[in-house]
Ligand binder design. Structure first.
Ligand code: ADP
Ligand code: AMP
Length: 229
């Protein structure tokens, strides 16, 4: 039987813009599978292997993991999730692509699969808001759900609302690593927005608003793109 062609969406924006928060809310409403390359790396880092030591060396200092390794891990994951009888429309890619080479590698991989890119959601938040969001971020050590000490606190202090596990701070949410990650974002990742804008795929979203208001807007805009497809 011929393989179903998938329809993918990318969510972009600086670190702390709320990509993970929004992706977790909108993906199930649109039948998309949320995949975060950062989460994939954190899963590997939780293990004890040569690969986990290598990846930790990049992530903890806020550097990018090399493109070839990133692309291979992502596409293996996509094949695994969308293989067989998946009910998903496609992936919601979060944290990828991070530079022009990754964007072009993604184009090639999608073409080879016969898949298409439906939209690139750009969650925009002024740079001066990001440090505060990132240094107050708490993540669930078990399911990866994201909170903020002040802006989006869990119901019980230090405990995940979703699964009850302990909340922790990410090892790369230190002021030094955040500065490095934001510099890389503005130098290497932000220019990729122009690539997608030129292709007519960019959907600009104001991310400096209440969380639910942003997710409702993204779902509405993407739903009309899928309906028009
Ligand atoms: P990203 O995935 O883009 O790095 P996150 O989704 O992890 O960003 O969000 C970064 C931090 O900001 C988290 O602590 C999150 O709870 C908080 N946050 C997300 N969206 C908003 C918002 N609209 N207003 C205030 N804080 C937010
Ligand atoms: P994130 O969870 O998106 O903030 O990513 C956390 C870290 O994982 C980044 O600072 C990088 O070290 C690494 N990473 C995530 N996605 C990529 C990517 N597409 N390319 C290279 N490194 C990545």
């Amino acid at each position: 039987m011929a393989k179903k062609s998938a329809a993918h969406v990318i969510i972009m924006g600086p670190q702390g813009a709320g990509k993970g928060t929004q992706a977790a809310l909108v993906a199930p409403r649109l039948r998309l599978e949320h995949v975060s390359t950062g989460d994939l790396f954190r899963q590997v880092m939780a293990g004890d292997s040569e690969l986990s030591t290598e990846i930790r060396g990049y992530v903890d200092r806020g550097a990018l993991v090399p493109d070839a390794l990133t692309i291979r891990m992502l596409m293996e994951y996509v094949d695994e999730v969308l293989g067989g009888e998946s009910e998903m429309r496609g992936m919601l890619l979060d944290g990828f692509p991070r530079n022009q080479a990754q964007a072009e590698a993604l184009d090639v991989a999608l073409r080879e699969r016969g898949d298409r890119l439906v939209s690139v959601v750009h969650v925009d938040v002024p740079r001066e808001r990001l440090m505060e969001r990132l240094t107050g971020r708490l993540v669930c050590s078990n399911c990866g759900a994201t909170y903020h000490r002040r802006f989006n606190p869990p119901k019980v202090d230090g405990v995940c609302d979703v699964c009850g596990a302990t909340l922790t701070q990410r090892s790369d949410d230190t002021p030094e690593a955040v500065e490095r990650r934001l510099s890389i974002y503005y130098e290497q990742t932000a220019p990729v927005l122009d690539y997608y804008r030129a292709a007519g795929l960019l959907l600009d979203v104001d991310g400096d608003r209440p969380i639910a208001e942003i997710s409702d807007g993204i779902v509405e805009a993407l739903q009309s793109k899928f309906d028009a497809d």
